[in-house]
Ligand binder design. Structure first.
Ligand code: S3P
Length: 443
């Protein structure tokens, strides 16, 4: 545990750019690993989660070079070039690595045991194991009953091969589940069709197209043809991570006399939902896009300029949630500085992130004096924040969760009085440079 104390900041000014997007970086390694060629990945982030993905593919027998600070070279050996690992693979805390990898391993003719760290070992896996079993994979996981429902957790033992395509209606809106099924679909006989209850981030679909997969997207249904070889695009550029930028976007808007320019950020509409919502809340954000498309990126990229803003409350609808799922904690902070009521509808998935983020944000923001309530309506949960009164400094807790930690640090910088946070070590899961980037813009 690394505790840290913060005093309020007066204002922020400057230009910031961010390491590559975590979601896109995972996918760039995974797809490169399945080609028969060499792929150079630029602007690869050095956070713990993405390093976990590199480590896994090394354990599965691939040569991967990591040229610091941000270039990764993957030497693919084809779709069946992965080798059975020497022992169980420890994934650490990366849920994206764990779930997407299950999709790849479902197609492999060998057995792998995946182990997870403390927090990931408490996160649900049945949403992935269920459809992969329907496709023909043999999967054993730790079974427990949760709220009278059967659930599965790491460790997971998977033995793949001989998959057949399925038509699957996903019960939860999850890009990780969708991606795992599509990756398994690459190995399946025939077509695999997956339908989402709500659209989620589409990085996998975009990148599969870049790698030459036969994939079709029609509304909320994605179809992929199996047994089609992926072709390396040779180079991939990973745009800056909007989920990291989100903390700076909010800080720039809520502090007085502030202006920040954010460069080379991913502006994928299925991912950058925070921009639309925050604009609706009155944020002064200028979007400059598209920049000349960087070589071999399947994603739209642009710059943002954020200035001090007068924020007002807004309603964030259930169907918008998947496009800003990871930004909800920082949007809750923004809502505390917005005049009037902000309502977040259908946020139940926050309960199964690195920590229960409804609980972690409720506890921290309440301590800081926020008027925040959790509302339950049948099976759906929402959050209501009555803002406009600002926040005051407090003793804060990360709950071991990177996004809770970064969100409450932003809250502390805009609060009245000093705050201390019990642990900042967890931030390196997604954004090891967070504090130094912050320091570079605080005047
Ligand atoms: C991710 C999808 C989201 C998100 C996570 C990354 C991805 O999770 O919260 O941080 O890269 O596909 P879910 O699929 O569980 O919603």
């Amino acid at each position: 545990m690394k505790p840290y104390c913060f005093k309020p900041a007066c204002c922020v000014k400057g230009v910031v750019s961010f390491a590559g997007d975590k979601s896109i970086a995972h996918r760039s390694v995974i797809l490169s690993a399945l080609t028969s060629g060499k792929t150079q990945i630029e602007n690869f982030p050095s956070n713990k989660d993405c390093l976990a993905t590199l480590n896994v593919f090394k354990k599965l027998g691939l040569r991967i070079l990591y040229e610091k600070p941000s270039t990764v070279i993957v030497f693919g050996k084809g779709p069946y070039g992965l080798r059975a690992p020497k022992g169980p693979i420890f994934i650490g805390e990366s849920g994206t690595t764990f779930r997407l990898l299950l999709g790849v391993l479902a197609g492999q003719n060998f057995q792998t045991k995946l182990l997870a760290g403390k927090s990931l070992s408490r996160r649900p896996m049945r949403r992935v194991t269920l459809p992969l079993r329907m496709m023909g994979a043999t999967i054993n996981a730790l079974r427990k009953t949760h709220h009278a429902e059967p659930e599965e957790y790491p460790p997971v033992l998977v033995k793949g091969g001989n998959l057949k395509g399925i038509a699957y209606k996903m019960p939860v809106a999850s890009a990780q589940v969708k991606s795992a099924i599509l990756l398994a679909g690459l190995y399946a006989k025939g077509q695999t069709r997956v339908s989402e209850p709500l659209p989620t981030r589409d990085h996998t679909e975009r990148m599969l197209k870049l790698f030459g997969a036969k994939i079709k997207v029609k509304g909320k249904t994605i179809t992929i043809n199996g047994e089609k070889k992926l072709i390396s695009p040779k180079k991939i550029y990973v745009p800056g991570d909007i989920s990291s930028a989100a903390f700076f976007i909010v800080l720039g808007a809520i502090l007085p006399k502030s202006k920040i320019t954010i460069k080379n950020i991913s502006l994928n509409p299925t991912r950058a939902g925070i921009i639309n919502v925050f604009k609706r809340m009155g944020a002064n954000i200028q979007v400059i896009k598209p920049l000349s498309r960087k070589a071999a990126s399947s994603e739209p990229i642009g710059n943002l300029i954020i200035r001090t803003s007068i924020l007002k409350g807004a309603t964030i609808k259930k169907n918008e949630i998947p496009f800003l799922i990871d930004e909800l904690p920082i949007l809750m902070v923004a809502a505390c500085f917005a005049e009037g009521k902000t309502v977040f509808e259908g946020v139940g998935e926050l309960r199964v992130k690195e920590t229960d983020r409804i609980n972690s944000m409720l506890k921290n923001l309440s301590k800081m004096g926020a008027d925040i309530q959790v509302i339950k309506k049948q099976s759906s949960e929402g959050i209501v924040i009555q803002g406009g009164k600002g926040l005051k400094g407090a003793a804060l807790q990360s709950f071991g969760d990177h996004r809770t930690a970064m969100s409450v640090i932003i809250a502390a910088l805009a609060a009245e009085g000093n705050s201390c946070l019990d642990d900042i070590g967890c931030i390196s899961k997604s954004f090891p440079g967070f504090l130094s980037s912050l320091k570079s813009i605080i005047s």
